[in-house]
Ligand binder design. Structure first.
Ligand code: PLP
Length: 396
């Protein structure tokens, strides 16, 4: 008999995964060339050659006992120092190894920091639409996820709403930019306003409110857009990142948390996060991958691949008459459903055209759908006539 809590998680289990499974079933039935699967954020760009070279060199030349052994729960000291110096160079910060905790992807990092911070009933505010797994991650530690709907024009935070949602019960806030599912990047002005609001709320509530910036897409930003580095704006900031997208390594489960000295209770948080990494059963981030990412710290997957997909898909959908948020980063497109219930639109795309998209309600936002365009370019080309026919059928 499974636990009551797991029953809830299973029942709410991701529609994204369900759609992905449906895609595999349809590919078997209709042939992979006749199914256009935009359901999952699985990078279609291979990991750079430098990753393969590093794996071969490390396994060939490094001491295997050290390489595959247990270590400090925070990760290899030299790897953490390399990441700290990389951040210092790029963002004019002054981190050292002690501020970096190597994690099992960004997902592992979020679970570590939420375990570290949350008491049962503590609230964690996020902006909807949001990565649906936040619900489970916060629920894992009996926290309460509080949704603040984004401004529907810009998909930036709606500060009037946010002001009401952040209360004395708020322990943390999670933001995600570049955003999954909208592709929006928060400009500096948004981060400045957010930092100011959180500072005011901290003074009002008399306790820290931690801002957790979930950044697995930081490196996927187009048209010269930059993603502000939040620790420079707000002292109680924590950054979670990974190499899942920047190096196309989602299956390798490697990421890190940045825990600045400026955090209220920094020493306790650093020590507790280390223990959380262990007792969640991660113990430490995968050892070989730690060494690989340190060697590849300045290497990136081919962002231009996503840019071409974005441009071709965005222009075609706009021409068809769809309302689409222009994505500045990540590899998702947020499309307004031509009818109120977006599930019907998703169904029509699937049944009539074998196009798989994900309903907005999975991200806490009805009336929109997400298209993950991290796919082969042929998938985009193949799907465009179908999108057009559906637009015509809706009279767009
Ligand atoms: N956060 C967001 C917004 C994501 O989209 C994802 C994965 O798609 C994650 C976290 C988890 O990333 P990772 O695979 O590095 O755990």
């Amino acid at each position: 008999m499974i636990s009551e809590k797991m029953k809830g998680f299973v029942a709410g289990s991701s529609a994204i995964r369900a759609m992905f499974e449906e895609g595999k079933r349809m590919a078997a039935e209709f042939g992979a060339d006749h199914v256009y699967d935009f359901s999952l954020g699985n990078p279609n760009v291979p990991a750079p050659q430098a990753v393969k070279d590093a794996i071969l060199d490390i396994t060939e030349n490094e001491d295997p006992v050290m390489l595959h052994g247990y270590m400090n729960n925070s990760g290899y000291e030299d790897v953490r120092q390399t990441i700290a110096e990389h951040l210092n160079k790029n963002f004019h910060t002054s981190f050292s190894a002690k501020n970096i905790l190597m994690t099992v992807g960004a997902a592992g990092g979020l679970n570590v920091i939420l375990k570290t911070l949350l008491n049962p009933g503590d609230e964690v505010v996020t902006i909807s639409p949001y990565f649906g797994e936040y619900r489970s991650y916060v629920g894992n530690f009996d926290g309460v996820l509080v949704e603040s709907p984004a401004d529907p024009e810009t998909f930036y935070p709606d500060f009037a709403d946010l002001k009401k949602k952040i209360t004395a019960k708020t322990k943390a806030m999670i933001i995600n930019s570049p955003n999954n599912p909208t592709g929006v990047i928060y400009p500096e002005s948004v981060i400045v306003e957010l930092a100011q609001l959180l500072s005011e709320k901290e003074s009002e509530c008399g306790h820290p409110i931690y801002l957790i910036s979930d950044e697995p897409y930081r490196e996927i930003a187009f048209d010269g857009e930059t993603v502000p580095w939040i620790t420079g704006y707000y002292a109680d900031s924590i950054v979670g990142s990974s190499f899942s997208k920047s190096l196309s390594l989602p299956g390798e489960r490697i990421g890190y948390l940045v825990l600045p000295d400026s955090l209220d209770g920094a020493e306790d948080i650093l020590a507790a996060a280390n223990v959380a990494n262990r007792i969640l059963g991660f113990v430490n981030a995968p050892s070989l991958m730690q060494r690989v990412v340190a060697r590849c710290i300045d290497v990136r997957s081919d962002v231009d691949f996503y840019l071409k997909n974005r441009d071709d898909l965005y222009l075609a959908l706009i021409e068809d008459g769809y309302t689409v948020v222009h994505p500045d980063g990540a590899f998702y497109m947020w499309v307004k459903s031509p009818e109120e219930d977006e599930r019907a639109f998703v169904d029509r795309l699937k049944k009539d055209e074998h196009i798989l998209a994900v309903q907005g309600r999975s991200f806490g936002c009805k009336g929109w759908v997400r298209i993950a365009y991290c796919v082969a370019h042929e998938t985009i080309e193949g799907a465009l006539p179908g999108f057009q026919r559906v637009a015509e059928a809706y009279g767009l």
